[in-house]
Design a protein around this ligand. Structure first.
Ligand code: WTA
Length: 661
């Protein structure tokens, strides 16, 4: 333990220290950490690589199965892989019943903190009781195995209850991030054919309460197939509009329902769908299944966060509406039987030091967040961290986008007090669980590189032209072997599953969609997406989806959206927009465009900058040249523009950009 706490930090001293550290390429596991780490066997990866299927069987065997599997991996219909075929298992049983039966029912599953300072501790026994009852309530509402249940909730324990209750009876959940608009929820409910939606009366954000249920009614009223809406009373709103025969309150149905036992499900039973952005405006319904997903998230969290279920207080600051929340707020922590913090609010509300305050108060041992949050904290200043006792922390994790070395070092020095390994975990909604990172008691970290593949995984960087593995240098990231927590398909769209992931390198090599560099030590440095996906503060958004929300404005003729590098959010959205005919002022249209995007997708998808233009750079065949738009936004030299139908377009755009128009 450090003796310098609570530390007084000054901006100047931190700057100096970061400057010293900037040249250090490798950070070995801190000795205090290494001495207590679970995984220290340097042969583990090699053993797993010798027989990866056997390795995954060994990991899956740590879960409770009601029927053992017959075939660990069936690849006869590749790329539609099946894991643990013939086995039966229940996720909620593994996350709850198993721990309660082992005598750990009184252990806290979630220390929940509300935005206004409320606190609730939910034990494993309580979570089990609520889950078993809500599963009963879902059945009473007509939900059967295989039915889709939508979940659109804030960060409250009920979100975990709703998800776990689905897994208890084999319903397939479709969680939509609370920051998305009700309109985008409606779209996701419609395309997934959801039968029930679980939502809240309202949501709270930075001291303001927004009604949710009326919005849900407005956008989802006419949805065919959506039979019931369950409403959690959370924001204390009066006069929640409820439609007789369709809408019920969560607390009432839970009180009225009998608890149900977990249903043993086929290992390959669909577990959830999570919509994520792809290259087209239509979001992809990434589908995960039961046994493999649970094996992946349970194993990776235990290994990478060096879990000690008796002692750990884990906090993953993501939102449950993203895969990070699914895997590492709900399923990974609960399957491992650990205590977590769940926080409803924003990192700067009620004050900019709230995260550090919560870490101090709850004695958080392992903290998992995104680079964008670290950069925001850097910007707010060390005064918000200074004086906090953060010595409970033992390990820090990062996810969602590449972490720049400076933010890595700040995290290491300011938050971790140079005692805590920093694990930079690379993975995706599609992979279900972490894939590339460092094992904190074993591997050196290199700031800016995620590390090497975890045991049981193989990851390659392939030459973009030849498709051959690159031993050192740049290329496209690929996973040349199936793994248990991989997506199984895109919901009701197997053709798109094939064409998105398995066409580029064939049906046994998963095409990731990221470019990366591999160094002489085999460390992977992720560069970014190669498709039209923008990563804003770790949120995946599709350029096409934003473009179609913009062109929905009646005065917009054409729009092209690109990503611009941003110091705070990693990437920011820039929209180039052409207006048609005699219109209102562009300011007015800009406001309306922003409102339209907030309504159709969510506020997070609003562009940082809109550039008005008479025309967009196009090839002679009429294709918009987005590369040039990115170059303009990042003020790079445009190179050869002779293939353009009208080269003067880009000159005008460059001028407008520089003039801030
Ligand atoms: C990016 C989030 C660099 C990457 C878990 C990936 C990262 C996409 C990292 C998936 C990381 C995620 N370093 N880039 N540690 N983690 N990414 O599906 O481009 O929301 O393809 O999953 O985020 O985003 P998704």
């Amino acid at each position: 333990m450090s003796t310098e706490t609570p530390r007084t930090l000054t901006e100047h001293a931190v700057e100096e220290r970061l400057h010293e550290l900037l040249g250090q390429e490798r950070f070995p596991p801190p000795p205090g950490f290494a001495a207590q780490a679970e995984i220290t066997d340097p042969e583990l990866r090699a053993r797993a690589a010798a027989d990866p299927v056997a390795y995954w069987e060994e990991q899956a065997g740590k879960l409770r199965w009601s029927t053992p599997w017959e075939t660990a991996l069936n690849d006869s219909e590749a790329p539609f892989y099946r894991w643990f075929e013939g086995g039966r298992i229940n996720v909620s049983d593994n996350c709850l019943d198993r721990h309660v039966e082992a005598g750990n029912g009184e252990r806290v599953a979630f220390h929940w903190h509300g935005e206004e300072g409320e606190q609730r501790d939910v034990t494993y026994a309580e979570l089990l009781d609520q889950t078993a009852r809500f599963a009963g309530a879902l059945r009473d509402l007509g939900v059967q195995e295989g039915d889709v249940v939508g979940i659109y909730l804030p960060m409250i324990p009920e979100v975990a209850v709703a998800m776990l209750a689905c897994t208890r009876i084999g319903a397939v959940h479709n969680v939509v991030f609370g920051g998305f608009s009700a309109g985008s929820v409606a779209e996701r409910m419609e395309v997934s054919g959801a039968k029930v939606l679980v939502t809240a009366d309202g949501s709270r954000r930075k001291g303001k309460t927004a009604p949710v249920k009326p919005e849900v009614d407005r956008t989802m009223g006419g949805l065919q197939g959506l039979e019931k809406i369950v409403v959690v009373r959370h924001a204390g709103l009066d006069d929640v509009p409820m439609t007789e025969g369709r809408d019920v309150f969560f607390d009432e149905v839970v009180a009225a329902a009998d608890p149900v036992d977990p249903v043993p499900l086929d290992a390959e039973a669909p577990m959830f769908i999570l919509y994520s952005s792809g290259s087209t405006a239509k979001p992809k319904g990434i589908q995960h299944t039961t046994g493999g997903y649970l094996t992946g998230v349970t194993t990776t969290l235990r290994q990478v966060f060096d879990l000690k279920p008796e002692e750990d207080v884990f906090w993953c600051s993501a939102d449950v509406g993203w895969v990070t929340g699914h895997s590492y707020i709900v399923y990974g922590p609960l399957a491992n039987g650990i205590t977590s913090v769940m926080y409803e609010g924003a990192p700067d509300y009620p004050h900019k030091g709230i995260w550090w305050e919560l870490i101090e108060r709850r004695g958080v041992t392992k903290f998992y967040t995104a680079p964008t949050a670290i950069r925001a904290a850097m910007k707010w200043g060390v005064e918000h961290v200074s004086g906090r006792d953060l010595t409970s922390l033992k390990l820090l994790g990062s996810v969602g986008e590449p972490i720049n070395p400076k933010a890595w070092l700040w995290y290491w020095h300011v938050v971790g007090g140079e005692r805590c390994p920093v694990v930079d975990t690379w993975w995706q909604t599609e992979t279900g669980a972490m894939v590339v990172t460092t094992l904190p008691g074993l591997d050196d970290a290199k700031p800016g590189s995620a590390g090497t593949p975890l045991p049981g995984y193989e990851v390659q960087v392939l030459d973009a032209e030849t498709g051959e593995p690159v031993s050192e240098g740049e290329g496209l990231l690929a996973i040349p072997r199936p793994w248990p927590s991989m997506l199984r398909t895109l919901y009701q769209d197997p053709d798109r599953y094939r064409s998105t992931y398995w066409e580029r390198f064939g049906e046994s090599t998963y095409f990731v969609g990221d470019s990366a560099r591999i160094d002489k030590d085999g460390y992977i440095w992720v560069i970014g997406r190669v498709d039209d996906v923008i990563n804003v503060s770790g949120h995946r958004l599709s350029t096409a989806e934003v473009e179609s929300a913009i062109v929905a404005h009646p005065h917009v003729a054409e729009a092209a959206v690109v990503a611009q590098a941003d110091d705070l959010t990693g990437q920011a959205i820039v929209a180039y927009v052409t207006l048609q005919g005699e219109t209102k002022s562009s300011d007015e249209v800009g406001d309306e465009i922003n409102a339209g995007i907030a309504d159709r997708i969510g506020k997070l998808a609003r562009p940082k900058r809109i550039v008005w233009t008479q025309d967009l750079p196009k090839t002679r065949s009429g294709k918009i040249m987005r590369r040039l738009l990115r170059d303009i936004a990042e003020e790079r030299d445009l190179g050869d523009v002779t293939t353009l139908a009208d080269p003067s377009v880009v000159e005008n755009l460059q001028e407008r950009w520089k003039a801030g128009a």
